[in-house]
Design a protein around this ligand. Structure first.
Ligand code: NAP
Length: 237
């Protein structure tokens, strides 16, 4: 797909990976609508980008917003949805575990109410995360949610082919505002510790992940695929 002149809708497009994707899409000439609960956090945006406010968990609001914005060619969601529970599963607050699935419910709304407004030749891209297949200790919620996202995408790929495509990009540890870390020194130390066993021992950048999204968005022969942008986390010791 040639991005120039296409219409793109990016949920979570106002921060981190979604914002980086919004900027790359706009740079290639797309008209982008970046959406989150508080789009003002995006700061100054390039020409061709507008913003809307919506909570991806609000099914009724999502159905009407996607109907209003359609038809479009590129649909992306990188919205985290809500809080993530961490720690041993057998000691975990069960409501915290269940709440981590807000990411899946948000993505489900994006796909369920967005697919009908996707032009022929268009694509949907969701963002999962390495825990889906690395199954790290203490990240059971992220692992379960990511696995569900990847299974959903592969099943929907069958339903919407061959006219439309859907893929997943799976990031490893990425330096974005998602991680509440204060100051440069604290960020560098935390990311160095988190990634010390990885083949590429550093945090990735939001733009490196967004380039993975651009690959699946632009390559018309790619559907039902998971692209890992993870510095080799899945092969780490
Ligand atoms: N950063 C990492 O290390 C990493 C690793 C693996 C996977 N991921 C995944 O990558 C995706 C993007 O993460 P990120 O690091 O770019 O996070 P981020 O910088 O915190 O951005 C998250 C975006 O989602 C929006 N959002 C969150 N909840 C929302 C809701 N309920 N409704 C609408 N918008 C919502 C946020 O805006 P508002 O707050 O204004 O709503 C923001 O625009 C997420 O799915 C995350 O799980 C990240």
């Amino acid at each position: 797909m040639d991005i120039k002149g296409k219409k793109a809708v990016v949920f979570g497009g106002t921060s981190g990976i979604g914002l980086a994707t919004t900027k790359l899409l706009a740079g290639e000439g797309a008209n982008v609508v970046a959406i989150s609960r508080d789009p003002s956090k995006a700061g100054e945006l390039p020409a061709g980008v507008s913003t809307r406010a919506c909570d991806v968990r609000d099914s009724a609001a999502m159905e009407s917003l996607l109907a209003e914005l359609g038809p479009f060619d590129i649909l992306v969601s990188a919205a985290t949805g809500g809080e993530r529970a961490v720690g041993p599963f057998v000691e975990m607050d069960i409501d915290g575990f269940k709440g981590s699935f807000d990411k899946l419910w948000g993505y489900a709304n994006v796909v369920r109410y967005g697919a009908a407004h996707l032009n022929e030749g268009g694509s949907i891209t969701l963002v999962s995360g390495s825990p889906a297949r690395a199954h790290p200790r203490d990240l059971s919620a992220l692992s379960a949610v990511g696995g569900a996202v990847e299974a959903l995408v592969k099943t929907v790929a069958r339903e919407i082919a061959p006219q439309r495509r859907i893929n997943v990009v799976s990031p490893g540890v990425i330096d974005t505002p998602m991680m509440a870390l204060e100051g440069k020194a604290e960020r560098e130390a935390a990311y160095a510790d988190m990634t010390k066993g990885y083949l590429i021992p550093r945090a990735g950048t939001a733009e490196e992940v967004a380039r993975g999204l651009m690959f699946v968005i632009t390559n018309d022969f790619v559907t039902g695929t998971i692209v890992d942008v993870d510095g080799g986390w899945l092969l780490s010791d």
